[in-house]
Design a protein around this ligand. Structure first.
Ligand SMILES: Nc1nc2c(c(=O)[nH]1)N[C@H]1C(S)=C(S)[C@@H](COP(=O)(O)O)O[C@H]1N2
Ligand SMILES: [Mo]
Length: 321
């Protein structure tokens, strides 16, 4: 998705490809083999699942929070689990198998920076400290595709409260693991690993900002960023960092991996806005993963009622950068 791909025009075409057409094909192939959809789904969970031995499996399904309603179908798990952006495991969408190399136990999360007292907590402890809930959220990738996911997890603001930030903490900075032996994509020196993202402390306190620990009523799959990732449904997908190891409360605005690579294309704010095109393509429409339908993109991805007040006095057109 970044400028270094500009040299390879064939790679840019990926965003116009309709891989779900292939999945639908696969589905009709399975059908013609006499296998039903249920069988097809269970075949798919070989990669998506791995929930059997997970010590947090008892936490799911988490109680649904009905405040978050959808205007579109949930993306089928089988499709979603095989169409991912997780550059630590490769630059294609087909990284699910490679992502199974992600070792998620033990998994320590460090909380540091301007907090009352920095600490490290094991994920299996953390996930039981804050009640989990299920939320249906829309996700809009900057590459103009979208998905709809039943995430489970807890509001980021609960974790912020636990961290007890000091007044000088203006931003929250997130960092993914760094282990090129485990994640072959991190051997790709074109990217400034580890993956970093950040939000303002006000954005982190917004109810929509969500730490994901589960999806589809079980612990979140490795390719979706196990054991914990962020989801910021009003921002382009690259802000929603996966497999978080460190959360820092900082004074200076963090520079994300994509912003470091190409600030003119992937800005800090990255708020979804159909009227502000990406320098290389329009953001007016999006292709729905699963249905393959083209649907209009909405300002703040349809979450303006919840988040627009965070940006009063700022020009919406500049909130992409
Ligand atoms: N660590 C990390 N987090 C990441 C990415 C990544 O490559 N590495 N890709 C981002 C992008 S561009 C998107 S669209 C979403 C994709 O999430 P999904 O694969 O679970 O659909 O994860 C985001 N978080
Ligand atoms: Mo994305």
């Amino acid at each position: 998705m970044v400028s270094i791909h500009r040299r390879h025009s064939w790679e840019i075409a990926e965003r116009f490809a309709t891989p779900e057409a292939l999945y639908l094909n696969r589905r009709s192939i399975l059908k013609s083999m006499g296998l039903g959809v249920a069988t097809a789904l269970s075949l798919g969970t070989g990669v998506a699942g791995a929930a059997e031995a997970d010590p947090t499996a008892d936490l799911y399904p988490a109680k649904k929070n009905d405040a978050y309603k959808l205007d579109r179908p949930i993306t089928p798990e089988e499709i979603n689990a095989h169409y991912n952006n997780f550059y630590e495991f490769g630059t294609s969408k087909d990284i699910a198998a490679n992502a199974q190399n992600l070792v998620i136990r033990p998994w320590e999360v460090a909380i540091d920076g301007f907090v009352e007292a920095p600490f490290t907590i094991d994920f299996d402890d953390l996930v039981r400290k804050i009640p989990l809930e299920t939320r249906l959220y829309r996700h809009r990738c900057v590459e103009a595709w979208s998905m709809t996911v039943p995430w489970a997890g807890f509001p980021l603001k609960s974790l912020v409260a636990m961290a007890k930030p000091q007044a000088s903490a203006k931003y929250v900075r997130f960092e993914t693991f760094l282990d090129p032996d485990m994640a072959s994509g991190q051997g790709n020196f074109l990217y400034p690993w580890p993956y970093i993202e950040g939000v303002t402390i006000e954005e982190a306190a917004n109810d929509l900002a969500f730490i994901v620990t589960g999806a589809y009523d079980k612990p979140v799959a490795k390719q979706h960023g196990a054991p914990l990732r962020l989801h910021l449904p009003w921002k382009y997908g690259f802000k929603s960092i996966k497999s978080i190891r460190k959360i820092s409360f900082v004074e200076e605005r963090p520079v994300g991996l994509w912003e470091a690579l190409q600030p003119s294309e992937y800005g800090f704010w990255a708020n979804v806005n159909p009227d502000v095109p990406h320098p290389r393509w329009s953001q007016a429409m999006e292709r729905e993963l699963g249905t393959g339908e083209m649907v209009p993109t909405l300002l703040f991805n349809g979450y303006g009622a919840e988040v627009a007040q965070l940006y009063t006095g700022m020009n919406p057109a500049t909130l992409y950068m």
